[in-house]
Write a protein that binds this ligand. Structure first.
Ligand code: SF4
Ligand code: SF4
Length: 123
């Protein structure tokens, strides 16, 4: 029987500054990479669920995923939008959007999203 390794990014994430798994994997199933190569290796792509994300659905401020994204150019962009709050007040919110070409799928955004249960951003 065989099993595939899978990163459960709601439970943990791939540290941007770490290459340990490739260094210690005894079978070579995880490629040994330099830090520079690892930081460019795509293991997934993040996607925002706009039906759950706080600034998209509940008019609440949250920029946790953008702050956590370790990619220097940031694979999550915040766009300022003017929205009508549920109290009918007009407010300005920063709403996150993933830039797929920059995302490497590290998963820290999913891990740190403050929602209970499933994250509003998933890999
Ligand atoms: S951390 Fe979660 S709730 Fe906050 S902006 Fe990102 S996806 Fe939305
Ligand atoms: S998975 Fe999230 S934190 Fe990691 S690179 Fe992609 S957008 Fe940034």
């Amino acid at each position: 029987m065989s099993a595939l390794a899978q990163l459960e990014t709601r439970l943990s994430y791939c540290d941007y500054s770490c290459t340990s798994c490739g260094q210690i994997c005894p079978s070579g199933a995880i490629t040994k990479l330099s830090l520079n190569d690892k930081q460019k290796t795509i293991i997934g792509t993040a996607r925002i669920d706009k039906k759950r994300c706080l600034p998209w659905t509940e008019d609440q401020e949250c920029i946790v995923c953008e702050e956590m994204c370790p990619v220097p150019q940031k694979a999550i962009r915040l766009e300022e939008r003017i929205v009508v709050h549920s109290s009918y007040e007009i407010i300005t919110l920063l709403q996150p959007t993933v830039v797929p070409d920059l995302c490497i799928g590290c998963g820290i955004c999913e891990y740190k999203c403050p929602l209970d249960g499933e994250s509003a951003i998933r890999i």
